[in-house]
Design a protein around this ligand. Structure first.
Ligand SMILES: Nc1ncnc2c1ncn2[C@@H]1O[C@H](COP(=O)(O)OP(=O)(O)OP(=O)(O)O)[C@@H](O)[C@H]1O
Ligand SMILES: [Mg+2]
Length: 227
């Protein structure tokens, strides 16, 4: 479904030049569950951002369902991402003045979808938060806030979910809950790419990709991941 070919990303110039990604290629197929690991600064977030269209590569191609998307204008890109690719951040990025339900409905509002509320409630139920729909983010635990963020990511039925250290701000139990949710979504046929520092979390993916200095230095296949 998604392929990146010979991607490089260079930030800055002269003495400030940083090669964040150096000739990285990767294929993502339907049903994949990939964990990206590697030391701080190795290019994990940069890679995820380029896959998700939050950033552009300096060189190389991003191909989604057979079509190059790295050279599209901003608006086309947003349209494609809106339908197919969803992003979950470590810091949740919820709007603090809105309720859980309203946060989940945000992407729908912009699409002008009807029945948004019903749909959003159904998804909140799905992530186990039906009873928290009217809560504001400050009234929710970290794990609950992340589940709202995941619900918001799911509201447009993306086929690929990108998550940058989604359990980074949580204790192990909460992290486990979030991971279980990702496993369910993967079983339902969604592809997942997750950046993580935690080996016990990476172990549960079907494949681990290790980045170092902007290059893929290892790929470990795990036969469906440990449960
Ligand atoms: N906007 C930017 N401008 C300049 N340099 C950047 C920018 N974003 C990232 N970098 C540099 O690119 C390199 C890769 O950064 P990236 O954020 O992808 O690392 P990471 O593997 O996600 O690290 P961490 O585990 O700390 O989140 C780093 O050396 C970083 O300093
Ligand atoms: Mg990062």
């Amino acid at each position: 479904m998604l392929e990146i070919k010979n991607i490089s990303k260079i930030y800055g110039e002269g003495p400030a030049k940083v090669v964040a990604l150096n000739n990285v290629s990767l294929r993502v197929n339907e049903g994949d569950f990939i964990a990206i690991m590697g030391p701080s600064g190795s290019g994990k977030s940069t890679l995820l951002n380029i896959i998700g269209g939050l950033d552009y590569p300096s060189r190389g191609e991003v191909i989604l369902d057979g079509e190059r998307i790295d050279n599209l204008g901003e608006n086309d890109f947003v349209d494609i991402r809106r339908g197919e690719i969803a992003y979950v951040f470590q810091e949740y990025h919820l709007l603090s003045s809105l309720t859980a339900l309203e946060n989940v409905m945000l992407p729908l509002t912009f699409c002008g979808a009807e029945k948004g509320e019903e749909q959003a409630l159904e998804i909140l139920r799905r992530v186990g938060l039906a009873g928290r729909a009217e809560h504001k983010p400050s009234q929710l635990s970290g794990g609950e806030q992340q589940r709202v963020a995941i619900a918001r990511a799911l509201v447009n039925s993306p086929s690929l979910i990108l998550a940058d250290e989604p359990t980074g701000n949580m204790d192990q139990k909460m992290g486990r809950e979030i991971l279980d949710l990702f496993h369910q979504l993967n079983k339902d046929g969604r592809s997942i790419i997750m950046v993580t520092h935690a080996p016990e979390i990476a172990k549960q993916a079907k494949e681990i990709i290790v980045l170092q200095d902007g290059q893929i230095v290892d790929k470990i296949s795990q036969q469906g991941g440990e449960q």
